[in-house]
Design a protein around this ligand. Structure first.
Ligand code: NYM
Length: 213
């Protein structure tokens, strides 16, 4: 009997209001429509004990030291790794709204944080087979309405985050694909669906790799 093919690990990244959450939901539906199991995850996962600490920090209800909150974001990914591996090995594709790249981009946008230090706690996480970067200019993002009220939701900070994402994309150890997020929801969806289905075909016979290792 042929070994069970694994699912793909697909991550959507991008600045706030690029449409990640909408696109993640539509992508899961598309996988299911073509008969492939798919499951949606998002980071931070605010439902766990660690996730609740992070959520309170983001909502400005509590303060946490900058290194500490970075490590909590990472711990919040590691606590989900057993579930992620189980799902992938069962053949379920994971569509993830933000991952370690957001972790690095947001913390390293703060003063005195290097990209190298920020990556360290996430080294060895399950490596995405595809990272879709939804690129949206600050001007186009501004047309989509006001920023929210959570921590980091200011235009100055978001511009630094965007610069960090662009730096991360220079590395070719990760399969980054840039998608123009200024297109219509359906156009963006068609692009990411095509890229995601071909990533699944390429990944399903290969073992799960380790990020940044
Ligand atoms: N964020 C997200 C981080 O600072 N580090 C991380 O590791 C991750 C995954 O949290 N502003 C930031 C990015 C967002 C916020 O917002 C989560 P949302 O709307 O739940 O994606």
């Amino acid at each position: 009997m042929a070994a069970c093919k694994r699912g793909a690990l697909i991550v959507l990244e991008g600045v706030d209001r690029a449409g990640k959450t909408t696109q993640c939901t539509k992508l899961v539906e598309s996988f299911r429509e073509v008969g492939r199991a798919a499951h949606l995850l998002r980071f931070p996962d605010r439902t766990t004990t660690i996730g609740k600490l992070i959520s309170s920090y983001l909502e400005n209800k509590s303060d946490l030291e900058d290194h500490t909150v970075h490590l909590l974001f990472s711990a919040n990914r590691w606590e989900l790794v057993p579930l992620m591996k189980k799902k992938l090995e069962e053949g379920t594709t994971l569509i993830i709204d933000r991952y370690a790249f957001s972790g690095v981009a947001f913390t390293s946008a703060k003063p005195d944080f290097s990209i190298e230090w920020c990556k360290a706690p996430d080294v060895g996480l399950p490596k995405p087979d595809l990272v879709l970067y939804l690129r949206l200019s600050p001007a186009a993002a501004a047309q989509r309405g006001e920023f929210g009220t959570e921590r980091y939701e200011t235009s100055g900070f978001q511009q630094r985050v965007e610069g960090r994402f662009e730096q991360l994309m220079d590395e070719n150890s990760v399969n980054w694909q840039v998608v123009d997020a200024s297109q219509s929801i359906d156009e963006v969806h068609d692009n990411i669906k095509r890229l995601s289905l071909s990533a699944l075909t390429a990944a399903e016979d290969r073992p799960i790799a380790e990020l940044w290792r």
